[in-house]
Design a protein around this ligand. Sequence first.
Ligand code: ZN
Ligand code: ZN
Length: 167
Amino acid sequence: MDELPTTPEAANHASTETVLKRAGIDPTPLRLAVIQVLAREGRALPAGDILALVQDQHRANKVTLYRILDLFVEKGLARRHSSGDRALRYCLEPGSAGRPHCHAYCLRCGRMECLPGVEGVVDMAALGPALAMEVVAVEVRIDGVCAACRRKPSVPETPVDAGSGNS
Ligand SMILES: [Zn+2]
Ligand SMILES: [Zn+2]
């Protein structure tokens, strides 16, 4: 008999546990905490941010966290992204494996949002034949400045050379 989860938290817990088990991963409390953070945030997070969020409820250190993240990536549950800065970011691979999704990366604050599938951006069906290649993965990252950063008064990133002749 299936017990029906009664709260969103319980439902979330039940589904993430199933996701881990299906991937052949033993659902330890810490692994569940990590996957729940990723599921809740819905964006790609640097490992340091994931650690901080997990540490709200669990004792965890960076080494353990990286081991869990590596395991998730290896099992196809999560994706690892490099970006403009040095921090690797991780997000959940939604749905079944092999359905890539896009990312929008803010060059100012480093926020990396997960976007829906790449179908609207990349013609997956045509890509393989066009490249004469068996396409295994597609990475699409759109770089820009996010809405929150655009609302802030902008700090010029490269000084404009206009005031040099002022007296
Ligand atoms: Zn931003
Ligand atoms: Zn993502």
